[in-house]
Design a protein around this ligand. Structure first.
Ligand SMILES: C[S@@+](CC[C@H](N)C(=O)[O-])C[C@H]1O[C@@H](n2cnc3c(N)ncnc32)[C@H](O)[C@@H]1O
Ligand code: SF4
Ligand code: SF4
Length: 373
């Protein structure tokens, strides 16, 4: 968090700086077709439009030069579908001493991949598990093998860490809050504990991607979930499993309705300039989609293609500068309505530090868990 704030402060002084974090989707293709996923309908994306392995390695080298400190490798699609490219990119990131997190469905991980991931001392792996049992998870992931393979992946990582006597990678689960898991929060913590996962990170579902069945929580289900939060948190403490479940004690946190209004609502006072900016990501975060489209936040839909450009050209491009200026004018892009409560809270923390210089207790816990998406 400190680097992000430091970087933003430099921008406030008119000194342009590189991003702190890169979120890379090596591909938009996937081995699964999960019911809630936003990548539905993108199956015809052609591999030849993806950035080549050499281009990705160049991007990593350039990012290191520009002062990037952390990487999130996710999707889009499934990063392990381009396994060799993704693993080489990860190795390069670690050669530069940068911090990295991989988000994966885990189904394609083999023992030799896990051995490499532990051997390079990759920092964090988040395996997406959306239910504590095969029935719940496989319903979402639409493959009978999904639960077995994803849990197996976490067990493999956990035992390989022991074999190599390594505390890396920190291992976690990403669990999307949908209406078949909202009352199984404690079971998710038990599963994590039994499979060697150190964290269960809950994230509300982005609505509107699942056409056939309702997966979003209705009002009754939200109320039901809130009743499980305290118990799940206590259990997590007992079993020494980290979790952000405490963030969902309020019903509104689960809600993504009118999200754009809430992004703006947080700064509906008279603050101008950086202190009044609805979101700070455009000054510290660069996202790269499988198509090579690059944006200056994690949920972008507008940006610049990087195939024939350097990272520096893109980060300091006219397009990015316009997006930053619009943010300062509180003129947020359409896609902010699809953003996440995690980003909202991170912005609140940054705004608080910029105004007062202090992070507070909650912020320190958040630092430990990280922002996994
Ligand atoms: C798009 S996936 C890409 C990485 C990998 N394929 C996986 O499933 O972990 C990244 C994360 O987004 C989550 N996700 C997908 N669709 C979502 C939605 N509609 N709302 C919230 N999270 C979603 C997934 O569960 C996963 O944890
Ligand atoms: S959530 Fe991950 S595994 Fe599932 S379809 Fe989306 S990209 Fe693929
Ligand atoms: S979508 Fe909007 S609120 Fe979310 S990270 Fe991007 S700019 Fe920030």
């Amino acid at each position: 968090m400190d680097s992000k704030v430091e970087r933003i402060k430099k921008w406030m002084e008119g000194k342009k700086r590189g991003p702190v974090r890169v979120e890379l989707h090596p591909t938009d293709r996937c081995n699964l077709d999960c019911r809630f996923c936003w990548r539905k309908g993108d199956n015809e994306i052609r591999p030849e439009k993806e950035l080549s392995k050499d281009k990705l390695i160049d991007i990593v080298d350039e990012a290191a030069d520009m002062g990037v400190e952390e990487w999130i490798i996710s999707g889009g699609g499934e990063p392990m579908l381009r396994k060799e490219t993704t693993l080489q990119v990860m190795e390069r990131i670690k050669e530069h001493g940068m911090w990295g997190q991989l988000t994966t469905n885990g189904c394609l991980l083999k023992e030799e991949d896990v051995e490499r991931i532990v051997d390079m001392r990759w920092d964090q792996v988040q395996i997406s598990i959306d239910g504590p049992d095969a029935r719940t998870h496989n319903f979402i992931r639409q493959e009978d093998y999904a639960f077995r393979k994803s849990v197996k992946a976490s067990k493999m990582i956990s035992s390989e860490k022991k074999r190599q006597e390594s505390s890396n990678p920190y291992l976690g689960y990403n669990t999307i809050i949908h209406n078949r898991v909202h009352d199984k929060l404690e079971e998710m913590i038990v599963l994590a504990d039994s499979a060697g996962s150190q964290l269960v990170y809950f994230e509300p579902i982005y609505p509107g991607y699942s056409s056939k069945v309702r997966l979003e929580l209705d009002e009754g289900e939200k109320k039901e979930m809130v009743e499980h939060v305290d118990r799940a948190e206590r259990l997590a403490e007992e079993l020494d499993v980290d979790t952000n479940i405490g963030e969902y004690r309020e019903k509104y946190s689960i809600d993504k309705d009118s999200f754009g209004d809430r992004v703006i609502g947080k700064v509906q006072d008279n603050r101008e300039g950086f202190l009044g900016a609805p979101c700070y990501q455009p000054w510290y975060l660069l996202g790269i989609k499988g198509s090579g489209l690059v944006g200056c936040c994690s949920t972008f839909e507008e940006g610049v293609y990087i195939h024939d450009r350097s990272l520096k050209e893109v980060w300091f491009s006219k397009k990015f500068q316009e997006l930053r200026e619009e943010m300062l004018e509180k003129d947020i892009p359409e896609y902010c309505s699809k953003c996440s409560v995690v980003v909202l809270k991170s912005n609140e923390r940054i705004r608080k530090i910029l105004s007062s210089g202090s992070l507070g207790l909650n912020g320190k816990l958040k630092e430990k868990i990280g922002e996994v998406f």
